[in-house]
Ligand binder design. Structure first.
Ligand code: SF4
Length: 366
């Protein structure tokens, strides 16, 4: 037996797993079998893999752990579209992961940190404060958790088992999208998050398309520039919330460190280097940032950066007294953005009754 620390398998890329298996004296082809068993079958009973040497099975059992995150609590929205999971970590901290069903697709909203250091005033996670970064394995485990839930649901419901015929391994409703919009600021935990997105995209595993993964930042400028310099293919969403430095700093304290003009310069750099638009998130707060002059200010601000604005009516939290804008205000905002040629959407509100909506995730208050 090795004295090395236990290896979390979900933190390894496919090639790292291959190198590890080879370093133990086994053929790299065995790594492919392990990878498929884990990511396509969702299983860890290594001894059932045909042709896997028993000594390799012993090694896996002794020196590795998968790192599934146990469910501490599960809540379902009354409309049936959203499920929120409170998941336990090794050090007894907890995080939240949300499964959201939209027509024809399932999205996992994944956390990147325990708590968050950014302190956005309307956000329950920000109100918790920061505890620690998640590891790559803990981020990947959340996505696999949702995929396994879908697999289990298909087992309960034979009709669902026939929804996907692309692969004999995928005869269940599949996880199609990941949004890194759960607890935490993903660009504050850059290395672990980006490695997780690489693992989630690996062919022969969950094999998510890069365009099916969206990372949402509140405006961590060095991270935005790094994404562009490294040509990371995932999509980028930037939470804007106000088109003035003063207004933004009041809602998003990090704007004091990276002011609006610096952020927009970074967004322009990103859009040009990546040759693509950015999603700009705008939490609509009644009387605060949903007035016609606010919409005109956004229209002017985004003239030089190709973007799409996602309008999200505020979701309630205990620590912030603002109210959500109504439909009429959202529509008015959209039509003004259209005058500037800016495409926009109003985000479907999901999971509000179980505090699983944007900005509502926290492990202390509910
Ligand atoms: S909105 Fe995002 S960045 Fe801001 S405090 Fe909440 S989790 Fe952190």
């Amino acid at each position: 037996m090795s004295a090395d620390p236990v290896i979390p398998l979900l933190g390894l890329t496919r090639s790292e797993l291959g190198a590890r298996v080879e370093s133990w004296g086994f053929k790299p082809l065995h790594a492919g079998k392990i990878w498929r068993h884990l990511y396509l079958e969702g299983r860890t009973d290594w001894e059932t893999i045909t042709g896997l040497p028993i000594k390799l099975v012993d090694r896996l059992q002794a020196d590795t752990e998968v790192g599934w995150l146990p469910i501490t609590r599960e809540t379902h929205s009354t409309d049936g579209f959203t499920r929120k999971y409170l998941l336990g970590l090794r050090d007894n901290h907890q995080i939240e992961t949300v499964l959201m069903r939209y027509s024809g697709r399932v999205t996992a909203c994944v956390s990147s940190q325990v708590g968050c250091a950014m302190g956005c005033v309307f956000c329950a996670t920000g109100q918790m404060g920061y505890t620690r970064h998640l590891t790559t394995a803990e981020i990947v485990a959340q996505a696999l958790h949702v995929d396994r839930i879908l697999r289990a649901t298909a087992t309960e419901d034979p009709a669902l088992a026939e929804t996907d015929h692309e692969s004999p391994h995928h005869r269940h409703e599949r996880l199609r999208n990941i949004v890194l919009m759960g607890m935490g600021e993903p660009l504050h935990n850059y290395d672990a998050v980006i490695k997780a997105t690489e693992i989630l995209r690996e062919p022969g595993g969950l094999a998510l398309g890069a365009k099916k993964i969206t990372l949402s930042t509140v405006g961590v400028v060095p991270g935005i520039i790094r994404l562009a310099d490294e040509q990371q293919p995932i999509y980028l969403a930037v939470s804007l919330h106000s088109a003035t430095q003063e207004g933004r700093a009041a809602l998003v304290p990090v704007a004091k460190k990276w002011p609006l003009d610096v952020l927009m310069e970074a967004c322009g750099y990103y859009a040009e280097k990546m040759g693509r638009r950015i999603f700009f998130e705008w939490t609509l707060i009644e009387g605060e940032n949903d007035r016609p002059e606010d919409a005109h200010a956004v229209g002017r601000l985004l003239q030089r950066v190709p973007g799409q604005v996602n309008l999200i009516p505020l979701n309630p939290t205990n620590g912030y007294g603002g109210a959500a804008s109504d439909n009429a205000a959202a529509k008015r905002f959209q039509s003004i953005l259209a005058e500037y040629g800016l495409p926009s959407t109003v985000r479907q509100r999901r999971g509000i009754d179980i505090a699983a909506g944007c900005g509502q995730l926290a492990t202390l208050e509910d």
